[in-house]
Design a protein around this ligand. Structure first.
Ligand code: AMP
Length: 282
């Protein structure tokens, strides 16, 4: 398997692939790969001639330096996991200088308001960081298709908006959330949870499922109250936000309208570990 560190080396490969009319699938990640990431890679492999996986812990999307420092970095193990699926994947694992030179900073984007909802309220500058790195990676990889998880649903909507606004010729493919057997959404951060906390955190998905069940009969306000109380009675978990929002523009629901799609979103802390999850309601 090829592991490239320099963008010029990758650009060269991309040029050769384009010349040979090979379609390119791209899966951007921050590494510490788990089944969720691997499901994206498998989907990319099944629909594209060649797949590029980037592994880069992007400093500009972290608003919390402690989280950035503690983020797991296990490149060798990541490569092994990819190799078990396919030896043909190109892994791009650049040092920070390749992506940012000697100035680590974000560009400023407008995502037509998507950036002010949910994560945007709690993680300052996060989506400018995401936009910056994904735009730069797209310029290098020039993918036909790029695969993003619904686990980070707001990010998925933001990337679709980035592609639309920048006029990029990339199909953004949303992929279903991969869960642990107890329902907890897989995340690289789960590795830092104690076994007890990992069990407790499964309640996040149980709550989302309950909300989905009651969405037809209860108002958003009633459900919000119920979710808040449920978290208050749950030791070990602290709710940061619960929202029911339009699945397209992510604006919080006022009145349910027919023919509109909605999703419920939760961000919560288990100790110092921040977890997010969401579910389609209709
Ligand atoms: P990350 O390494 O956390 O930046 O994630 C890289 C990509 O994998 C993003 O598109 C995520 O949405 C996606 N991803 C992470 N966890 C999951 C999961 N449990 N199920 C599906 N996709 C996921």
């Amino acid at each position: 398997m090829q592991i490239l560190k320099e963008k010029e080396a990758l650009k060269k490969q991309v040029k050769a692939l384009k010349k040979a009319r090979q379609s390119i699938g791209f899966v951007p990640t921050m590494g510490a790969l788990h089944e969720g990431h691997l499901s994206l890679i498998k989907l990319a492999l099944s629909t594209c001639d060649k797949v590029v996986v980037s592994i880069f812990v992007n400093p500009t999307q972290f608003d919390n330096q402690d989280d950035l420092q503690k983020y797991p970095r296990i490149l060798e193990k990541d490569v092994e996991q990819i190799e078990q699926i396919s030896g043909e994947v190109i892994v791009f694992s650049p040092p920070s200088s390749e992506m940012y030179g000697d100035r680590i900073s974000s560009e400023k984007f407008s995502f037509d308001g998507l950036e002010y909802q949910m994560e945007g309220k709690y993680r300052e500058g996060h989506f400018n960081g995401v936009g910056t790195i994904v735009k730069r990676l797209f310029e290098i990889v020039e993918p036909d298709k790029a695969f993003f998880g619904e686990k980070d649903y707001q990010q998925l909507q933001i990337i679709k908006k980035l592609v639309e606004k920048q006029g990029l010729n990339v199909e953004v493919v949303g992929c279903p959330i991969y869960r642990e057997p107890n329902g907890l959404a897989r995340s690289s951060r789960n590795e830092r949870l104690s076994p007890e906390a990992r069990q407790t955190a499964a309640i996040i998905y149980q709550i989302l499922q309950q909300v989905k069940e009651e969405f037809g009969t209860k108002s958003a306000k009633e459900m919000s109250k119920w979710v808040t109380e449920k978290f208050e009675s749950q030791p070990g978990l602290v709710l940061e936000y619960f929202e029911i929002a339009n699945a397209e523009d992510l604006v919080s629901i006022q009145e349910k309208e027919i023919n509109k799609k909605y999703r419920a979103f939760i961000a919560a802390y288990a100790g110092d570990i921040r977890l997010i999850d969401n579910i389609a309601l209709n």
